[in-house]
Design a protein around this ligand. Structure first.
Ligand code: NAD
Length: 358
């Protein structure tokens, strides 16, 4: 057994189909009276249902959450919360809405209750991001961690199938990198392997029947585990590449994670054999990189950067960006490995099966 430090985040989790019914009780347990409900414009109908459930405890709805949390939207939401006399915020939606809740918590200290409707996992992390003048600043602050999380799988049934698959792959990427994190520990390893196992098993089921509540429930459980790993240990090459592709080249978040994951695993496989063994076990015995690739491809998800709209000419620049302020990685991100990194990106761009390049 290796030495480790185990330091977990506190959050109350309510899990189960129909658990939205406990929302008012949970708001009361936070000691709050008036909730500002946050959502994207697309999910305003759901926010209105929630406002009805909360009745007099609803302060208002702020339906302006968008990807990457623009600072002006966060500032306007803080002002709206103050104007309406809100003493907590309910973030219902995916990572973009949770992100808005976190920005509000950072600026105002308001308690956040999150109701995730994708598998992105932001609700379990103290990591925030705010975009100002085109630049996304990220940081860690315990104040932004939602105080309560209600996981109701019934709310993920409406998530379009394509996004459901890529969002699940996004979740598995947190767990996969958690398994070789420098600061990992045996509890996170258990969560990571179980999270990958649960999601890999359920993707084909909800893809065939998006309303399969048992599949949605098990998948959301997997997403919770993977999000917990993301919140507790450091991420590496895969997340670095995805941040670059999302931030600088504006490619869609969950899809980018889906495409890069197999290739990041192939790159890291020689340096992280134990992690790869656990991922392989969770995927039913296939090698980690190939297992993720097959899962994406067989379930209709994108497998190439080309189909996400990236131009081949951008690949050299991405290698250079990855080498600047590199994250810790089991296989170092150093100029000596730039050829292998370039090959990784070429394979990901073409969408071919992942092969380790030395
Ligand atoms: P998202 O929140 O942007 O949602 C994508 C779209 O799907 C939105 O239009 C949303 O309204 C819609 N949607 C969500 N759930 C739905 C449902 N059940 N039914 C119908 N439509 C639904 O996407 P995401 O992938 O969840 O989040 C991505 C963002 O979250 C990125 O900005 C990423 O950086 C951030 N993120 C942050 C962390 C963190 O720890 N800070 C972790 C993961 C992701």
């Amino acid at each position: 057994m290796r030495d480790f430090v185990y330091n977990t985040q506190a959050a109350r989790v309510i899990f189960g189909a129909g658990s939205l019914q406990y929302l008012e009780r949970e708001i009361a347990l936070l000691g709050a009276q008036r909730a500002l409900i946050l959502c994207t414009p697309e999910q305003q109908g759901l926010a209105e249902q929630i406002a009805t459930i909360l009745g007099a405890r609803t302060a208002g709805i702020y339906p302006k959450a968008v990807m990457h949390v623009p600072a002006e939207i966060a500032a306007a939401a803080v002002a709206e919360a103050a104007r309406l006399g809100a003493d907590c915020a309910v973030a219902v939606g995916g990572g973009s809405t949770t992100g808005l809740g976190k920005a509000i918590a950072l600026q105002s200290g308001l308690a956040i209750l999150a109701i995730p409707t994708t598998y992105a996992g932001s609700e379990m992390t103290p990591i925030y991001g705010i975009t100002e003048a085109g630049l996304k600043k990220t940081g860690r602050d315990p104040r932004v961690l939602p105080r309560t999380v209600i996981y109701d799988p019934e709310l993920s049934v409406s998530l379009p199938v394509g996004l459901s698959v890529t969002s699940a792959m996004n979740a598995m990427a947190h767990a996969a990198e958690g398994l070789y994190a420098q600061d990992s520990n045996p509890i996170m390893d258990l969560m990571a392997e179980e999270g990958i196992r649960a999601l890999a098993l359920e993707i084909p089921k909800f893809r065939v029947n998006p309303a399969d509540i048992s599949a949605r429930s098990n998948a959301l459980y997997g997403a919770w585990l993977c999000g917990t790993v993301l919140g507790n240990v450091g991420m590496a090459l895969h997340h670095k590449l995805c941040h670059t592709l999302g931030g600088t080249f504006n490619l869609p978040h969950a899809e980018v994670h889906t495409v890069i994951l197999p290739h990041a695993m192939a790159f890291n496989a020689p340096a992280a054999p134990q992690a790869m063994q656990k991922i392989s076990r969770a995927l039913g015995g296939v090698p980690a990189a190939q297992g993720f690739y097959d899962l994406a491809r067989q379930n209709g998800a994108p497998v190439s950067l080309r189909e996400l709209g990236l131009k081949a000419e951008a690949l050299d620049a991405i290698v250079q960006l990855a080498l600047q302020n590199p994250y810790w990685n089991p296989r170092p991100i150093v100029p000596e490995n730039s050829g292998a990194l370039r090959n990784l990106l070429q394979q990901a761009w073409e969408g071919v099966s992942p092969v380790t390049s030395m």
